[in-house]
Design a protein around this ligand. Structure first.
Ligand code: PEP
Length: 251
């Protein structure tokens, strides 16, 4: 049985006070979340220590949205994996399409970030996904395979146990357009076959693959019913505790 995960990516939203209130509301509703479903929240860097205090003693795990590709030193504005671990993070998201698109996140950088995340005991939610024109040109399988090969194929099967993959078609992120469950299942199954071909069946079967892109309470049930969809990475809908919990209840 693979881990089922619903992770909330708060992006650059909420003040610290609002973030604390959101985390408190999520923890307060944990009783409604089915057994076997793990929740993760990824607030902005400035909120991490405060949100870690709220989550302490609860099963909700803390994640960062990114980490530096250098261990420490003169890198103004960056936050290291060691700092994230120290702040209470168990995960970091890496390779989100917004970081690839707006901040020049290359596979080369992601390899360095991932190594530092692992060195510091963080698990990684690794995002992949094609742009609209790439899907329209029928290149979505190639794009996703390349993103996976360039960053994950250098890992050992043991390291893969610390990876959660999030398939997020860029055309579905924040747009209100969700991939159909058929489209999502098709590419999730492809990702699993890609992992199987490189790492073997055991790793492929054990890897949690999340769907992300306008996932909300009204479509989560259908998406999560697909055999290769093991949960969601949720943006907009993770900013409301009721919606986030309703998505987690969709298994
Ligand atoms: C995301 O950016 O990770 C995401 C899934 O966003 P949204 O749910 O808002 O589409």
């Amino acid at each position: 049985m693979r881990n089922k995960i619903v992770a909330g990516n708060w992006k650059m939203n909420t003040t610290v006070t609002e973030g604390i209130a959101l985390a408190e509301a999520i923890v307060a509703r944990m009783d409604s979340v089915p057994a076997g479903v793990s929740l993760v929240v990824a607030p902005p860097f400035t909120h991490l220590t405060a949100v870690a205090k709220v989550l302490a003693g609860s099963p909700v795990a803390l994640s960062a949205q990114n980490c530096a590709d250098q261990p420490k030193g003169a890198y103004t504005g960056e936050v290291s994996a060691a700092m994230l671990k120290d702040a209470g993070c168990r995960y970091t998201i890496l390779g989100h399409s917004e970081r690839r698109e707006y901040y020049g996140e290359t596979s080369e950088k992601l390899v360095r970030k991932m190594a530092l995340a692992f060195e510091n005991g963080l698990k990684v939610i690794f995002c992949v996904g094609e742009k609209l024109e790439e899907r329209q040109e029928g290149r979505h399988f190639d794009v996703v395979q390349t993103q996976i090969a360039e960053v994950l194929f250098g890992l050992s099967p043991e390291e893969m146990a610390n990876i959660v993959i999030a398939y997020e078609p860029v055309w579905a992120i924040g747009t209100g357009v969700t991939a159909t469950s058929e489209q999502a299942q098709e590419i999730h199954a492809f990702i699993r076959r890609t992992l199987a071909a490189h790492f073997g069946e055991a790793v492929a079967e054990a890897t949690t693959i999340l769907y992300g892109g306008s996932c909300k309470p009204s479509n989560a049930k259908e998406l999560f019913a697909c055999p290769d969809i093991d949960g969601g990475l949720i943006g907009g809908a993770s900013l409301k505790a009721d919606d986030f919990i309703a998505i987690a209840m969709s298994f």
